[in-house]
Design a binder for this molecule. Structure first.
Ligand code: F6P
Length: 340
């Protein structure tokens, strides 16, 4: 057997840990394994590199991806799907492990229906993939963000300032919610519940009048104003996603204008996506990688490895990629109950 592994979409912490455990398990089965570089772009170009445990043994704690990644969508490229099918054959691959979020795994599902032997591994700091309790990369992003919000709180208190902290996560507020709860943010604004600028202003003023001169508001990059008109999304990537960001700046300016309180904005951006994975993500990635190779051994193609409770299992790629998993109502309730 010869199998390939690729990483697609935005990188996140834990990708290298998956590669490492995939190689380990494949070698134990006596299989050959190659890394496909730059995600789907690599399969369009037959760009691969042979992997052995020797090369990957020291990478469990490394952020980013040694395989590199891209946001290439082969379905959008002329003859893209056919080129991939041909290159899989040219590289002599019996199966491919695709490590990615909903975009990459959506393509994987499409190619599975075109006859490729594919399994998926759920990756994204956004944690917005259906059919798994967690994606790897999420816990690491939450821990980085929590640490930074803790730091911002100390400077906010020293200067009696309002701080707006903008956090990535696209249309789902998982990272903002978890990091905001964990750092004791005063208010958390997520895309799942559009906000009213008057209410946010009133919240900050009320705190001030009660003597709380420092306020930390965490806002998810995909948050929107209630009754906001459709805005032109500008340039979009091959999967149709706009580059988000700017809501934090908007909120900061509005709050300062309306309250006259000294306000600062911090955009955490990619800082929380990079860096070393947490122990939780290293273990989850390792388990996912091993399970992905086992799915191939069992001939379970068109499946994705998934965490359900404490167990790793296999679920359908189709179901996992059919809709974005937004925040649980229970977490939305926690957010409301801990705002102060
Ligand atoms: O999907 C992961 C993610 O980090 C989102 O949270 C963010 O909106 C997006 O990727 C940023 O993409 P890029 O790295 O292409 O700027």
């Amino acid at each position: 057997m010869k199998i390939g592994i690729l990483n697609g979409g935005g990188d996140c912490a834990g990708l290298n840990a998956v590669t490492r455990s995939v190689v380990k398990q494949a070698e134990e089965f006596g299989w050959e394994i190659v890394g496909i570089r730059y995600g789907w772009e690599g399969l369009l170009n037959a760009d691969s590199v042979k992997l052995s445990f020797r090369e990957v043994q020291g990478i469990i704690n490394q952020g980013g991806t040694i395989l590199k990644s891209s946001r290439t969508n082969p379905i959008k490229r002329p003859n893209g799907v056919q080129s991939i099918i041909e290159n899989v054959e040219k590289l002599g691959l019996d199966a491919v492990i695709c490590v990615g979020g909903d975009d990459t795994l959506g393509v994987a599902n499409h190619l599975y229906h075109k006859g490729l032997k594919i399994v998926g591994v759920p990756k994204t700091m956004d944690n917005d993939l259906s059919n798994t309790d967690y994606t790897f990369g999420f816990d690491s992003a939450v821990n980085e963000a929590t640490h930074m919000i803790d730091n911002l709180r100390t400077t906010a208190e020293s200067h009696d300032r309002v701080f707006i902290v903008e956090i990535m996560g696209r249309e789902a507020g998982w990272v903002a919610a978890y990091a905001g709860i964990a750092s004791g943010a005063n208010m958390i604004i997520v895309p799942e519940e559009p906000f009213d600028i008057e209410e946010v202003t009133l919240f900050v003023k009320t705190r001030h009048e009660k003597g709380e001169k420092a306020t930390v508001i965490v806002v998810s990059e995909g948050a929107t104003l209630r009754n906001m008109k459709e805005v032109d999304q500008g340039k979009v990537d091959e999967f149709g996603h706009a580059r988000l960001g700017g809501i934090g700046q908007f909120l900061g300016e509005e709050i300062e204008k309306r309250t006259k309180y000294d306000t600062r904005v911090a955009v955490l951006g990619h800082t929380i996506r990079g860096g070393s994975p947490t122990a939780f993500d290293r273990v989850l990635s390792t388990r996912f990688g091993l399970a992905a190779v086992q799915l191939i051994r069992d001939g379970k193609f068109g499946m994705m490895v998934s965490l359900r409770g404490t167990k790793i299992t296999g679920v359908s790629l189709e179901e996992s990629t059919s809709k974005t998993r937004t925040l649980d109502p229970e977490i939305l309730d926690v957010i409301k109950k801990v705002s102060f």
